[in-house]
Design a protein around this ligand. Structure first.
Ligand code: BTN
Length: 256
């Protein structure tokens, strides 16, 4: 069970996570939170999802009450803000999780440990007349789960599985919103991006390593060199030429 009063005790935000809807079972929190799109910062949290979705059409395994599955609304952004927001989301999650262990960020926004995923982020947008009506930020964190289905056990893990330590889901969620709101409001009020680029380099799992990257067109082998201010991945080919990638997926060693 999710203890709302413990969550609220830890929440220090003005907007984000203040309104919370908790449901036992949903299809996908990303779909169902849309009904509340007028409420900026509202979060929908579910104990389980029957149709948890990941990036690039993947499934997000979501039937363990010990993990976190939640989505929240942001409805005061411009389309051009989305890449920065994605960076704030992944970095806030990383900032919060790093208190519990040595996690890394895998571009674009996975949190991993020893090459296995502990958290994933799916950001979806609703655009009307070329304007962003709202964005849904969906996050899954494998917090305290003890087992994973055989087919994903070499791709995913949980904080508990690695550190043998039960973590409070309520504190984790509240601290995520505390951090995220600070980054986002600072950016929206003053257009100052907290200096994430350099800290991101230090947090990246693959910095200066050879990676295989899959885009819509092809799979190529490149060296990861960092990100730019908008979150695009800077890569270098074997001839030393650099380019930026705005979309794609870094393949695991086993090609997944
Ligand atoms: C990924 O790494 O591919 C993104 C995974 C995102 C999973 C979360 S769980 C809560 C929210 N609802 C969904 O259906 N997906 C996101």
């Amino acid at each position: 069970m999710f203890d709302v009063s413990k969550y609220k005790e830890n929440l220090k935000t003005e907007i984000f996570g203040r309104k919370i809807v908790i449901l036992d079972t949903v299809g996908s929190t990303n779909d169902d939170v849309s009904a509340f799109y007028e409420y900026n910062g509202l979060v929908l949290l579910a104990n389980r999802q029957l149709n948890g979705r990941g990036r690039m059409g993947r499934t997000w395994h979501s039937d363990d009450i010990d993990n976190l599955y939640f989505s929240f609304i942001i409805n005061n952004l411009k389309l051009t803000d989305i890449t920065s927001v994605a960076l704030f989301v992944s970095f806030s999650l990383y900032d919060v999780l790093k208190k519990f262990g040595s996690f890394k960020i895998k571009w674009p926004n996975d949190i991993v440990i020893s090459k296995r995923k502990v958290a994933g982020i799916l950001i979806e947008t609703k655009v009307l007349d070329n304007k962003l009506l709202y964005a849904v930020v969906g996050i899954g964190v494998n917090v305290n789960s003890k087992n994973f289905p055989e087919e994903i056990s070499n791709l995913a893990t949980s904080i508990f599985s690695v550190y043998k330590n039960e973590i409070s889901k309520e504190e984790l969620l509240a601290n995520f919103f505390n951090t995220f709101e600070f980054y986002l409001l600072t950016y929206l009020k003053s257009n100052i991006k907290i200096n994430i680029v350099e800290r991101w380099r230090q947090a990246s799992e693959n910095i200066n390593k050879i990676i295989k990257i899959k885009t819509a067109e092809k799979v190529e082998e490149v060296i990861e060199r960092g990100i730019d201010e908008d979150g695009a991945l800077i890569v270098e080919n074997m001839a030393g030429n650099r380019k930026k990638l705005y979309y794609g997926d870094i393949l695991n060693v086993n090609g997944c």
